[in-house]
Design a protein around this ligand. Sequence first.
Ligand code: ADP
Ligand code: MG
Length: 346
Amino acid sequence: MLSKVLGLFSSDMAIDLGTANTLVYVYGKGVVLNEPSVVALFNDRGSMVPYAFGNQAKMMLGRTPADIHAIRPLKDGVIADFKAAEEMIKYFINTVHNKRSFFARPRVIVCVPSGSTQVERRAIQEAVESAGAREVYLIEEPMAAAIGANLPVTEPTGSMIVDIGGGTTEVAVISLGGIVYARSIRVGGDTMDEAIISYIRRGHNLLIGESTAEVVKKEIGAACASGGKSHTMEIKGRDLLKGIPKEMSLSEAQVAESLSEPINQIITAVRNVLECSPPELSADIVDRGIVMTGGGALLKNLDKVLSDATGLPVLLAEEPLSCVAFGTGRVLENFDDLKHVLFRQD
Ligand code: ADP
Ligand code: MG
């Protein structure tokens, strides 16, 4: 009862520090912040000073004058720019805090990719500590995703999760509250965007930007062409031969073709994990199927392609973009029951 009352004032939080998006879940409130993991830096006589974060900074990506750089501090699944990442974490925590400055020094749980090194994990932990947290715990992303997707992670049964984020795809088999086997590859939504860019450049001499490629992927992207009447889309970029702006029409089938390589890499990673899983757990996975989370899992027909490639049922989690934040938030709110899935990096 007392803890319920205290919970009303708690500013304990769970952070999904993704390569594409950062979500902050506050105890008793749910997700209160969901913004792109982007920082704009301003060149102030040689030193780079943070200028904008999140949505505001994302709008500047690829559109900045010479003295402003918009960067993604976690671009390849790990912290690529520690200073910018730390500033961004501080900014997001303070944004959430300002509205509830009553109880400062919160307990914070942050997710780390399963493939991150000890040095990278400690860096994330320290960034959150220096942002003013009282106690910081880490959780592996696939574990958080599985809890958020309501998989029975603490039971003696195998669950398989495939989380496709911006920078990485994490594939894991979980049983009895632990990760039995996991694989993380640096292939995700960003790789898909890059594949679309290079396909259009090679095949049509047209250069498009990353933001345009992402829009194409979301609008008409697919893991395999749907058959029937294909969707098309007009795209604009720069003609590489004439150097002037040009427009062309792109079909779903073309985008599917351009995405075949990253899709195959994801399939290979899933197959590897299936091959390396203990047989009892494989049997469970055959029965229960594979669950996909992360924004990349929203790619059209990906469930079908993965199911055909593995012969297993594949399910898309509800609200795939929020699963990791929901799962980490669930651990925060049921701390005593679930704390065995957390750890600290010394
Ligand atoms: P992260 O955890 O790395 O921050 P997210 O789980 O937030 O990543 O997913 C972001 C990725 O999902 C981006 O690459 C984005 O382009 C992609 N994405 C979002 N919606 C869709 C969609 N409808 N189809 C395909 N990809 C999508
Ligand atoms: Mg993620």
